[in-house]
Design a protein around this ligand. Structure first.
Ligand code: BF8
Ligand code: SF4
Length: 686
């Protein structure tokens, strides 16, 4: 392509109007032609790679917010090389604006009489089949919750099958690392038989396969009050497979066309996520790989090292990545020492149990490759942007897909089987080591800012263990006393993804900091933990900057009792499946105070949610009774009835509700008001 040819720009503009623009070609062409940006119909379509014009399209940095220099420098570095990133590709359709089409959830593709778009965009009130906006929005929501739940169910299935293989001796590469946890699960699930690991694994697999009764993990983990409430509402699920299949059936063209009926299915699928996905995945991973304990490490992209062989593990299931870490440690006489670092929740998993540094969150995955110093990015499942392969083509980096369910065109696929875990891991590590020779030193750019220090590993067992140093016979008492005494105003779980549609991490940071200043105990998981870690909120800093006096005193007391100089301001509880750990904490507190979770001064928040998994986790949190804030449009605003149901009506059913607010400062005030209102209702000081 002749980049100087002005025709290219015209052609690309033509492309833009047909919504199929290739941004990279456009950037190259406009930069070569000296065009800084492009306006179409009075709107900036996008700016060229030229830095000056880029900054025009970036929103003004909010007051008091400093952007992350490592991320910023790598974004600039990518743009200089005409590499487009997730921040650049806003490929929304013309009907996607708020109150209109896509974002409001009123586009339907369920059959070939469509696609049907209702509302302002087209002026239609009904789809070709007569489906209303209520039906289309509800079907879309059920679909997203189902898909999110299925991701966690597949995670649990992979873990259960591995545990089963270990129990029967078929899989030799792993062993039971936490026998005590296995005993607790075996008892809690009411298992039978001598082979405890086999019984636990088969209980999970049975929960995934059955179509009657209720999931054993729900019976074990959910509290009695919740179970009774869900039963009354008729939303107790049977088995994951049956519920997922039925949800797909119900959303097929011409089946379920009643909004409330569909919405209750969404609630049910939220429970499938919690009890057939999150809980069993966490629990069995602890049995296999160990229950997390306090661990120190580092976070941000500068954990990638110039003088090391860098391997990134990325995705969600730690079954292979555990072995990659091991194979790297044991690799015979490496020419350069191997540095394994993690992205997304696989990163969180190997951080929590092995102290592996966190390289970055979901939106930073392309930037990791842009450092030019990554020999291999080994991916398993979920949140892996296909664009990593396009970015990798600019460098020597090998993208290695490993899961039979997930391939990326152009990537190297080395299929993982737990039966051959060591062999596969060793092969992958060797590929990375061999690939080091192809690294081009002039392409390496790791920003010269040290990664942040972090402390993680806050499993429930670790939290209780730390509290027991204050009160051995009644470890929860110090926590409860401090909640009652208002040193801890409440507990808020901040979880989920990082959005590219704002300054990197802004919503997470603004919300977290405001809550900490108001003595709210912040616990979290997922990509929140990457951002929190990168920006000092997981650093055990004895000064506790920005933390309210009450909370600071509690953290200091727990640190002192445990013989550590300090604890971090927030508790990193793990990956997204580890949200299950948060329920265990809430159940313990609610049980102690003899109230419902919905009576507690607690809330959940996913201020930058992206994925369908985030939607299903949020639905599960609402089921638990938590007010659940989400910082983005969940594609339901096209149905006023659905909005009312999710943000109001559902509270009367399950005690929790959704609250949508993109501005983290407003969200913080609403969450604080909610926490205070719950305190008042319990007769606690505000
Ligand atoms: O499961 S927070 S972007 S990495 S979905 Fe994905 Fe969202 Fe990150 Fe973990 Ni969770
Ligand atoms: Fe249109 Fe109905 Fe088909 Fe959806 S199911 S595409 S609303 S005709």
């Amino acid at each position: 392509m002749d980049e100087k040819d002005p025709e290219i720009i015209n052609k690309t503009v033509g492309c833009k109007t047909c919504k199929a623009v290739n941004r990279r070609d456009f950037l190259k062409a406009t930069a070569a032609a000296g065009v800084a940006g492009l306006m179409l119909d009075g709107k900036e379509v996008f700016a060229s790679g030229d830095k000056k014009s880029q900054s025009k399209s970036i929103k003004k940095i909010p007051e008091g917010f400093t952007s992350d220099p490592i991320t910023e420098k790598l974004i600039d570095h990518a743009h200089k090389q005409n590499i487009d990133l997730v921040w650049d590709r806003k490929a929304h359709c013309e009907f996607s604006e708020e109150g209109n089409g896509g974002i409001s959830g009123v586009c339907c593709f369920h059959c070939n009489m469509g696609p049907c778009t209702l509302g302002e965009a087209t002026g239609y009130e009904y789809g070709a089949c007569g489906a209303t906006a209520d039906t289309i929005v509800a079907r879309g929501l059920v679909g997203r919750v189902t898909c999110g739940a299925s991701a966690h169910v597949e995670h649990a299935r992979a873990t259960a099958k591995t545990l089963k293989g270990v129990a029967t001796g078929k899989i030799k590469a792993y062993k039971i690392r936490d026998k005590a946890k296995l005993d607790v699960l075996y008892k809690g699930l009411g298992c039978k038989g001598k082979n405890k690991a086999l019984a636990v694994a088969e209980t999970c697999l049975s929960d995934l396969g059955k179509d009657e009764g209720e999931p054993a993990w729900l019976g074990y983990k959910a509290n009695a009050e919740r179970k009774a409430t869900w039963k009354k509402l008729g939303i107790l699920p049977t088995g994951a497979g049956a519920e997922i299949s039925q949800a797909c059936h119900r959303t097929h063209m011409g089946v379920d066309a009643d909004m409330t009926h569909l919405a209750t299915d969404a609630l049910k699928l939220g429970l499938v996520d919690g009890y057939c996905g999150l809980h069993p995945a966490t629990d069995m991973q602890d049995v296999l790989f160990g229950t997390p304990k306090l661990v120190s490490s580092l976070a941000n992209l500068s954990v990638i090292k110039k003088d090391r062989i860098n391997i990134i593990v990325h995705g969600h299931e730690p079954i292979l990545s555990e072995k990659i870490v091991e194979a790297a440690e044991k690799y015979p006489s490496p020419p350069r020492s191997i540095n394994v670092v993690g992205i997304c929740c696989t990163g969180n998993e190997v951080l929590m149990r092995r102290g592996v540094p966190l390289a970055g969150s979901m939106v930073q995955q392309e930037l990791a490759i842009v450092t030019g110093a990554v020999e291999a990015m080994v991916v398993d499942v979920q949140c892996i942007m296909p664009n990593v392969q396009r970015v990798a083509q600019h460098f020597h980096t090998k993208i290695i897909t490993t899961n039979p369910q997930a391939k990326i065109t152009g990537a190297t696929h080395i299929e993982f089987e737990p039966e051959k875990a060591d062999e596969v891991a060793q092969k992958i590590v060797k590929i990375a080591v061999d690939n080091y020779g192809l690294r081009k030193s002039n392409k390496v750019m790791i920003p010269d800012h040290p990664p942040a220090k972090i402390m993680a590993g806050f499993s429930v067992e670790q939290i209780i263990g730390a509290l027991s140093k204050l009160n051995a016979s009644d470890p929860l008492k110090p926590l409860i006393d401090n909640i009652v005494g208002n040193n801890i105003r409440g507990i808020v779980a901040i979880v989920g993804c990082v959005t590219p549609w704002d300054h990197y991490g802004y919503r997470h940071l603004a919300l977290t900091k405001t809550l900490l200043a108001q003595n709210v105990l912040v616990v979290g998981t997922g990509c929140w933990a990457h951002v929190a870690g990168q920006r000092g909120l997981l650093e055990p800093n004895p000064d506790y900057p920005g933390v309210g006096d009450g909370l600071k005193a509690v953290l200091k007391a727990v640190a002192k009792a445990n013989g550590v100089p300090a604890l971090p301001a927030c508790r990193h509880m793990g990956s997204c499946v580890d949200n299950s750990r948060i329920e265990d904490v809430l159940n313990a507190v609610a049980g102690y105070l003899k109230v419902k979770i919905s009576d507690l001064p607690v809330a959940a928040s996913a201020p930058e949610f992206i994925t369908e998994k985030a939607v299903s986790i949020g639905t599960w949190a609402v089921n638990l009774g938590a007010m659940t804030h989400i910082g983005g449009q969940p594609y339901v605003s096209g149905s006023k009835n659905m909005v009312k149901l999710l943000t109001d009506g559902v509270e009367g059913l399950v005690g929790g509700k959704f609250y949508v607010e993109t501005d983290p400062n407003k969200a913080a005030q609403t969450i604080l008001a909610h926490v205070n209102a719950k305190r008042k209702k319990l007769g606690l000081a505000v």
